[in-house]
Each structure stands twice: as structure tokens, then as C-alpha cells.
Design a protein around this ligand. Sequence first.
Ligand code: HEM
Length: 421
Amino acid sequence: MSDIPSDAPSDTPLPGVFQLTPLNPEFNDDPHKLLDRLRGECPVHRDTVAGTFILTRHADVRGVLSDTSMWRSPERAEPEATIQRAILEQRIEGIRMSEEEARSGILLMDEPDHMRIRGPFAKALYKRVARCKGLVQQVVDQWLDLVDGRSEFDAMNDFALRVPIDVIARILGVDESRLTEFREWSEGAILGLNPFRSEEDTQRLIVCTNALSEYMGNLMQRRRAEPADDLTSDMMKLQAEGAPLGDGEISNNLQGLLIGGNLTTTDLIGNAVWLLLKHPGELAKLKSDPSLINSAVEEVLRYESPVDITGRIAPRDMDVGGCPVRQAQSMFMSLRGANRDPAAFPDPHRFDIARKDAPHVAFGGGLHLCIGAPLARLEAQVALVTLFRRFPNLRLVDQDAKPEWRSMPFFRGLKEIRVAT
Ligand code: HEM
């Protein structure tokens, strides 16, 4: 047995990107042990295996994210940037899509194409989100009706997992009769975000992605011929009015709204339910002052960010936090690490729903700032207020149970949350 105290400075190598995923049990258990160490010892760390820098200081992460000259497209990364290269080469045999459709997701695109596509999407989406509170409430109520009367349920699978898909499907205009299939396809397509999926998962991914793409193509044709009150019709109308968007670009990014927004918002709602039930004092504060709901959701985003990292590529030789970074080198910004930086957030490991001036980076930033942030916030706010109003005695079945975090790389969410009513 070693007689070295467990909190002694470690001479083990600093963690790289692969150790900073939930596939590493130590990270899955407590990501902040590794992230705090990295920030303390080497805040702009070069991971030579993944061929990328990893940034953990809030000021550096914010600085890079808000720099609009940064590149995002993996094509621009140097050959040593193995993860960026892997993203690029990850064309999966069996997925039937035009080249245009396959390559036009705004998440990994640079200017001027990124804004050419993002602009009209953002315009149409924000307009819809601004008036969709009633729809979100209806979806939330509908799922809570199904668990009403039960003494126990799983707040993750019976609730948090259900709301975001239904909301976005309705915003997009998916036919009521196809909602079940649509949910299945979305869950399958989300497997595309997991680079470590099994062969069986890859087969499911192919089937679901093809079905989703075909469905979206058909929906677009139908809405072009006969518009309805939904986002797909909005996009067809903008295209007809002259917005320079190809059909493949519209289809890819409509699917992107679905895929980008589901797991993340599910985890936001799930993490919030878990954190509030684990911190009864904070929950009591929220119940006695419901106007805290906005800052409560922001604190969950900061404290248990659903997305781990985002990436950028240096457009020129530059200095990042005192460290030289060369043109075409890759940078991964640890959003989770930045959100617990003591230089930005006093007492960062304390969960405080009334925290003020807490500029977290859970939605990234700059030109690529999450387009779905207003929707995610709205869904989480309505979901939490309604859940705790309808179930005022809600509690964890086992208050001391160790949380079981899912092992999907770059996302943080729970497998289940057993609650008693
Ligand atoms: C809590 C929920 C969510 C979190 C934590 C989240 C997080 C993120 C992050 C970190 C990025 C990358 C930003 C960057 O690189 O600077 C992003 C981009 C994006 N998100 Fe979200 N997201 C959430 C919900 C949503 C929703 C609901 C939608 C769709 C309705 C969505 C759609 C997108 C899209 C399309 C992008 C790419 C934007 C671009 O590159 O211009 N997200 N999100």
C-alpha cells in the first residue's frame, strides 16, 4: 500500500482529451479533480496524443470563443490534430445524403458560409421560440400527467428525456402521427455524437439518420407546396424569398436543431432536478421565491454543464494565455473547467441558485454561440417550475445514492433519477 497521501501533488502526467471524458472512471466520478489540477498546473495544456491544446481558465476560454476571427472547420486544422481529422474522416458508409447535405452543418463551418446559413435559421428560430411558451407548457404538462398518481417515477426517462424532443418536433412541424418514429430516429441519430459507439449503435445510427433525412426532405417538399405554421415552412418561405440556401443545407440544419438540442436540454433538466433535490436548502429558496428560476437554471448550466468542450482552430500564430499557439493548431475549450474557475466565480464548487454576475460559458460563445440557448432555457424553466409545483413533496428515493452518470463522451447527464412523490 502506498503511504503517499492522496492529495499530494501528483507526478502522473497531466490528463489529455481522452482522460477528460466519462470513459475515464475518475473523470466520470468527479471531473473537477482533473480539471482543477489542469487549470492549476498548466491552464493552456498541449495534449500531444490528440494534437490539441486544452484550455481551462475562464478568461482564456472566453477570449478565444469571443474572437470572431477563429476557425471552426476541422479541414483547417494541422495534420497533427487527430481528433479534428477524425471528425473530418468520419464519413459513415451507408448514410445516404448528398455531399451538400452531409457537409453543411453550421456547427463545424466557417465564414462566410456559416453566417449565410445561420442568419436565416436564427431569425426564424428566435421568432418561434419567442412565442412558444404555451407549447412548452403543454408538452411538460402532458408528460407530467402520465406520472401523476404514481408514488415513484424516473425523472430522467419519464420526464427530462421526453420534453425536448416533443417540443422541437412540434416547432419543426413533424406530423402528430409520426411523432413516435421521429423520437426513435432522433435518439438513433444522436449516436453520431458518440465517437466510441459500438458496431450495433453504428448500424442504428445509419438506419435512423437515413430515415430522418428522408423524412425531412419530404416534409420540406410538402411545406414548400403547402406552408403550415412551423419552422420548416418558415425556412422554405425564406428560401423562396431569396435567402441563398440550398435544400441540403436547410435539411441538414433542421436535423441539426433536433440533434443538437435533445440530449443537451434533457441533461440540463435532469441535472437541475438532481441538483435541487440534493440541495434541499436551494430548492426551498426557489420554492419561496419563484423569481429565482432564471438564475437557478443559469447556475445549473454553470455548475453541471451539459456539454464538456467546444473547439476552435488558430487562424494565425497567436498568444493564448501566455502560451504560443501556431496557425492551424487546434484548441479545445473546457467549458466545464472554465465554469468552475475560482478567478471568475467565487467559491466555484458551491451550488448557489442566487449567484449573481456569473457569466458561464455553457453555451459556448462568439459566432458559434449555441443557437438553441433561448429554447433550452425556456424548456428548463417551465419544466422545473411545473415539476415542483405539481409535486411539492418530490424527493429522491435514496437521498444518499451515488449518481450514475452516463458515459457519453463530451456530455454530462444522469442515467436515471428515481424520485418519490
Ligand atoms: C442546455 C442545452 C444546450 C447546451 C448546453 C448547448 C451547448 C452548445 C454548445 C457548447 C455549442 C457550441 C458553441 C461554440 O462552439 O461556441 C452549441 C452549438 C449549437 N447548438 Fe446548442 N446547446 C443546447 C441546446 C440546444 C438546442 C435546444 C438547440 C436547437 C434547438 C441547439 C442547437 C445548436 C446548434 C445548431 C449549434 C451550432 C451553432 C453554430 O455553430 O453556429 N442547442 N450548443
